[in-house]
Design a protein around this ligand. Structure first.
Ligand code: NDP
Length: 332
């Protein structure tokens, strides 16, 4: 059995990840720890987790723990990952890996030096929809990709309207929350790297303390593909989507920028439309299954630490572009 320790008594852990770990035949959630011992204890009781450690240092010193899942607020990911690497634990860390690219790089370096696996929990790579679009593009189904469009403007659920909208120092804002996912998913589906980004942001009533709650922009990829993105916490009535338009055809992903295993993919070419058959699977269960396999030496996790560094660099470049009014190169 692989024994997981959760760092952070978080909503994502409660809603998706604890169950995704428990669903594996070869893994269990053995412990949790956070900044508040009483809350961690309550969380453990509610989720049926055997142990609540009073402090994160205790969890990291627990010899029974093989892997940690870090889902604290964004400003703590780096310190927790560095401590976990020092303790010899494998790390699945939530996105964004850190608030600065240098810190994210240091996380990758520390895990490499310690010989532990580092993964970034970019769940969308595990969606049947995005994997199908990636495979179709790689097989040449739409020819050379020319343009992509990502619609990821949603209404932030009321129970998540905390640090995301009022704590810039915790890494709040739509860019570090959503654009970072778009960046990773575009890289994954297109199999290409972003070289430059431009963006504009707005505060449309939800973001406080200067935090943006809406962003639109364009990423240019090395092979010339232009990708447009629209991300928001403030849009309540729009479906999500992911399109790629190529020289020989177009792909339309509908309801695909989501945590749920849903959505459709349609291929349009030569005047015909084809619904692509998909086998949906819980995205987080697949993420954990593949991470466990990586720990056993069976290939990389779905999104590596390096993927986390790159998606962060793109998101931060988008934020800089919005602040400066100038397109930003992405170098990492
Ligand atoms: P939460 O606000 O639920 O949890 C983050 C931290 O806040 C917890 O670790 C906890 O700290 C603290 N906290 C939780 N509840 C309370 C409370 N009642 N009072 C005081 N503090 C509290 O955040 P999310 O679960 O929404 O997000 C956590 C991370 O996961 C973020 O990095 C986010 O970007 C990422 N995320 C990723 C998703 C994905 O699909 N990949 C989806 C959603 C989030 P502690 O336990 O340390 O005391």
């Amino acid at each position: 059995m692989l024994r997981w320790g959760m760092i952070g008594a978080s909503t994502i852990g409660r809603e998706w990840m604890a169950a995704a770990i428990a669903a594996q035949p070869d893994a269990e959630v053995a412990a949790v720890a956070g900044s508040d011992p009483e809350r961690a204890q309550r969380y453990a009781r509610e989720l049926g987790i055997a142990k609540a450690h009073a402090f994160v240092t205790d969890l990291l010193a627990d010899p029974e723990i093989d892997i940690v899942y870090i889902s604290t607020t964004n400003e703590s990911h780096a310190a927790h990952t560095l401590a976990a690497a020092r303790a010899g634990k494998h790390v699945l860390c939530e996105k964004p890996l850190a608030l600065r690219v240098e810190d994210a790089r240091a996380m990758v370096g520390a895990c490499q030096a310690a010989g532990v696996v580092l993964g970034t929990n970019h769940h969308l790579r595990n969606a049947a929809t995005h994997r199908a679009m990636r495979d179709l593009i790689a097989s040449g189904a739409i020819g050379q990709p020319l343009a992509a469009r990502v619609f990821h403007a949603v209404s932030l659920p009321p129970h998540l309207r905390g640090w995301r909208i009022d704590r810039p120092e915790a890494g709040g804002g739509v860019i570090l929350d959503i654009t970072v996912h778009d960046a990773d998913t575009l890289r994954f589906v297109l199999g290409d790297e972003v070289e430059s980004v431009t963006a504009m942001t707005a505060s449309q009533g939800m973001g406080m303390s200067g935090i943006e709650d809406a962003a639109m922009g364009v990423m240019r990829f090395r092979n010339g593909t232009l990708a447009q993105f629209h991300d928001a916490f403030t849009v309540g009535h729009a479906p999500t989507g992911f399109e790629v338009h190529g020289t020989e055809g177009s792909l339309f992903g509908r309801d695909v920028m989501t945590q749920r295993p849903t959505g459709t993919v349609t291929l349009r070419r030569n005047g015909e439309e084809e619904a692509i058959p998909l086998e949906h699977e819980n995205l987080y269960e697949r993420s954990v299954r593949r991470f466990n396999a990586a720990v056993r030496g069976e290939g990389p996790p779905p999104a590596t630490g390096d993927d986390g560094v790159r998606s962060l660099a793109i998101a931060l470049a988008a934020r800089d572009a919005a602040q400066t009014g100038h397109a930003q190169d992405v170098s990492c």
